[in-house]
Design a protein around this ligand. Structure first.
Ligand code: ACO
Length: 370
């Protein structure tokens, strides 16, 4: 038995949800470029769950269901109020999502219909939980979700209490579309491993949030912004990046396990980052990002991934840095739940082997002789 470090190149399951073939990402066979240009996030959610784009009435029904399910149990809001004010935002999300299960009477109902209803509730309630957490820690009361608006609109509204501008909703919608699913990424794999034991959907999503939190995965978008803030201005980029690369340090938001010639999602966010920079009159984050890309690609051959330009996009939307990864979760919960449903449909316990590298032929030594 020989281990493959990081399971690189290992095909661990079949799936009909999303594919990465020759560097092209599709959801249910539709190119991400097409979806990024034209689709609403809700259409993508439907596509991932049901395998086809919704017609008008199907989309309206999903909007209605998401709208009706967006309020979070008051007990969960009360719990969030007890979290320490400096709680890490992904830890807060992980805890709150786990708590949501306690107040869902269908939490342990394993029927497909109940699981689909729980998928709707999770999709609808993650934005509410994150916005509530952000407001509570700032000493403000949470804002109840608004009816009949999109997920992107509602999140921005619940965060600020103000009607968001159309361009902000458009930018967030695009980011949500681009982050919704990504084949067998680490968090999706974690979700599938958890539910393959026939554990419940909340356990699967809680596992996934834990995996997404790390800076090698979803946590990279926050790390990118921390780097941009540390660099400060475009004229400091060259010295900073050259030193990091010389020290063999990783530049967050670059590289990818699967894409070696570039992440097809990055260009959409780059475009949006530029557009928002022009609108806000602050091109600093975009200019720095472009310079970083030139240097990292030039010196290391590494291309930006989805996290790189999402950092400047969210900053232009005035979203606090530590909510970037939770926003990733707002989007990816659609993919996680699609994969969980797919796993249940054709389940087998996921239980690989390990190549043993420890000592052999050891004997138990009584404690007094050690
Ligand atoms: N900056 C500098 N060097 C890098 C970077 C980077 N961002 N990424 C990879 N490399 C180098 C590694 O140091 C290594 O060099 P070496 O062969 O000289 O040791 C080589 O490229 C291969 O890198 P690995 O880390 O082995 O690649 P792996 O496939 O295991 O990791 C990963 C992929 C985790 C994405 C990596 O590129 C990375 O850490 N990037 C930064 C974090 C990041 O942006 N994560 C988000 C990924 S996208 C997402 O999850 C949504």
């Amino acid at each position: 038995m020989t281990a493959t470090k990081g399971l690189e190149g290992i095909v661990a399951t079949t799936s009909s949800i999303s594919s990465i073939i020759d560097g092209v990402l599709t959801y249910r066979g539709i190119d991400i470029d097409d979806l990024a240009e034209h689709a609403s996030f809700e259409e993508v959610v439907y596509l991932l769950w049901y395998g086809k784009l919704p017609n008008k009435s199907e989309l309206e029904q999903l909007h209605r269901e998401l709208s009706e399910s967006a309020s979070v149990a008051d007990s969960v809001i009360q719990q969030i109020k007890l979290y320490p004010k400096d709680t890490n935002s992904m830890a807060a999300l992980r805890s709150a999502v786990s708590a949501l299960a306690l107040y869902d009477s269908e939490a342990n109902d394993m029927s497909t219909e109940a699981n689909l209803r729980k998928a709707v509730r999770l999709q609808a309630q993650l934005p509410t939980v994150i916005a509530a957490f952000a407001r509570i820690r700032a000493g403000q009361e949470p804002i109840a979700p608004k009816a009949n608006v999109s997920v992107a609109y509602n999140f921005l509204y619940m965060l600020t209490g103000q009607e968001p501008e159309a361009i902000a909703v458009e930018a967030l919608n695009k980011a949500l579309v681009l982050h919704a699913d990504h084949e067998l990424n680490a968090s999706t794999f974690a979700a599938r491993v958890t539910v393959a034991t026939l554990s419940d959907i909340y356990s699967g999503v809680t596992s996934a949030i834990g995996a997404l939190k790390g800076p090698l995965h979803g946590g990279a978008n926050e790390a990118v912004m921390a780097m941009l803030e540390e660099i400060g201005t475009a004229s400091n980029v060259e010295a900073y990046i050259t030193e990091k690369l010389a020290n063999k340090e990783k530049i967050m938001g670059f590289g990818h396990r699967v894409y070696k010639n570039g992440d097809p999602r990055a260009k959409h966010l780059q475009k949006m980052s530029k557009e928002l920079g022009k609108i806000t009159g602050n091109m600093n984050w975009y200019d720095m990002s472009i310079k970083i890309e030139e240097l990292v690609t030039g010196q290391k051959g590494l291309k930006p991934n989805v996290d790189f330009y999402s950092a400047s996009v969210y900053t232009s939307l005035e979203i606090p840095r530590d909510l970037f990864t939770p926003i990733f979760a707002i989007s990816r919960v659609s993919g996680w739940t699609a994969h969980i449903l797919e796993q249940y449909e054709n389940n087998r316990l996921i239980r690989p082997r390990a190549e043993y590298t420890g000592p052999v032929n050891q004997k138990y030594v009584p404690i007094e002789s050690r």
